[in-house]
Design a protein around this ligand. Structure first.
Ligand SMILES: CC(C)(COP(=O)(O)OP(=O)(O)OC[C@H]1O[C@@H](n2cnc3c(N)ncnc32)[C@H](O)[C@@H]1OP(=O)(O)O)[C@@H](O)C(=O)NCCC(=O)NCCS
Length: 302
């Protein structure tokens, strides 16, 4: 068996990379090649693992959303596991992160085998996220409010940039993560929205007070991921978030979407309760990890 780890460079490589990601995480939207090109950064590394000429694994090293760590994601197709491919990918990703000055690595796992793999390399748990899933049926539009209006970003495109200052910046620090996410205006414009018709803003006069919507999946058009949902503090407790989500669900019902899903941080009780109230049920639990670099391999059995 010969294993080759090499960078993904061409569009065909990116499609191979997506093929692994979709096989390993079939329940999660995978960015398109065009989206992945948009998020390119000098310190991002995308790898492919080939065994006997066939792509069986992929890797990603990228600055974490809070800027504190390198996020490392080795992934191996289920049929090619336990042959050292994940280890080879993880080492190549960690070497790259060290070369770019990172002292800490982060990662995430959704299954027991991957948890044991992460622990083997000295990763310790930092957080948990739960998947919440909602079947889409007949979804009534929200009752209009006298205090604010709900519009899509397709109807009023200028509101998305305005929502960065008015909604994103004041609410992102409220997320239950170890250190606050650092999101630039450009990342907000490109990575936090993909179809303006599926993204909704609650607006009081011309002032955005909340956002919610869906990220469309071109690989699985019948499933969509719930995008960032947030309401400014002074507007909380008035059903703005629930109504924004109802607008998204009504849009989903009109556009052939049969299921929507979201990941909620363990400590974010208010969002979990809101989703429960809207009929979401619980799915997979995902564990977030971190480990100092360079990684140390913990002997098996410890
Ligand atoms: C995690 C993952 C990349 C491992 O890939 P892999 O090629 O099977 O890993 P390796 O063969 O290099 O395993 C290295 C060691 O990790 C541990 N390990 C890996 N998978 C395991 C499993 N299912 N059960 C128990 N231990 C496991 C073992 O100690 C193994 O050594 P051994 O086979 O000599 O006992 C793969 O399971 C995967 O793609 N998971 C989904 C994506 C993911 O969660 N990635 C993030 C990991 S931080």
């Amino acid at each position: 068996m010969s294993t080759i780890i090499r960078p993904a460079i061409t569009d065909a490589d990116y499609e191979d990379w997506r093929g692994v990601r979709i096989a390993v995480l079939p329940y999660e939207r995978c960015p398109t090649v065009a989206e992945m090109r948009k998020f390119e950064r000098p310190d991002r590394l995308m790898l492919l693992a080939e065994v006997d000429g066939k792509v069986v694994g992929s890797g990603l090293a990228v600055r974490s959303d809070d800027g504190e760590r390198a996020s490392l994601a080795p992934r191996v197709r289920p049929e090619a596991r336990r042959q050292g491919v994940g280890t080879a990918l993880l080492h190549a990703l960690a070497d790259h992160a060290i070369a770019h000055g990172y002292a800490m690595a982060g990662g995430g796992t959704d299954d027991e085998g991957s948890r044991l793999f992460a622990e083997r390399f000295g990763f310790v748990e930092t957080n948990r996220q739960v998947e919440q899933v909602r079947r889409i049926g007949i979804e009534p539009a929200p009752t209009p409010s006298a205090e604010y209006e709900i519009v899509s970003v397709a109807e009023r495109p200028e509101l998305w940039a305005a929502a960065y200052d008015r909604v994103a910046l004041p609410t992102i620090p409220d997320m239950d993560v170890p250190s606050p996410l650092k999101v630039t205006a450009e990342e907000w414009a490109t990575g936090w929205i993909n179809d303006p018709a599926a993204m909704f803003v609650a607006v009081a006069g011309d002032d955005p007070i909340g956002v919610a919507g869906l990220l469309i999946d071109t690989d699985q058009p019948e499933r969509a991921e719930v995008a960032y949902t947030a309401v400014r503090r002074e507007w909380r407790g008035k059903s703005v978030a629930a109504n924004l989500k109802r607008a998204s669900m009504a849009w989903a019902a009109d556009h052939g979407i049969t299921e929507i899903y979201t990941w909620t941080q363990r400590g974010n009780d208010s969002m979990r309760r809101l989703n429960e109230h809207l009929g979401f049920s619980y799915g997979i639990v995902s564990i977030s990890w971190q480990a100092p670099l360079p990684l140390t391999k913990v002997p098996a059995g410890e």
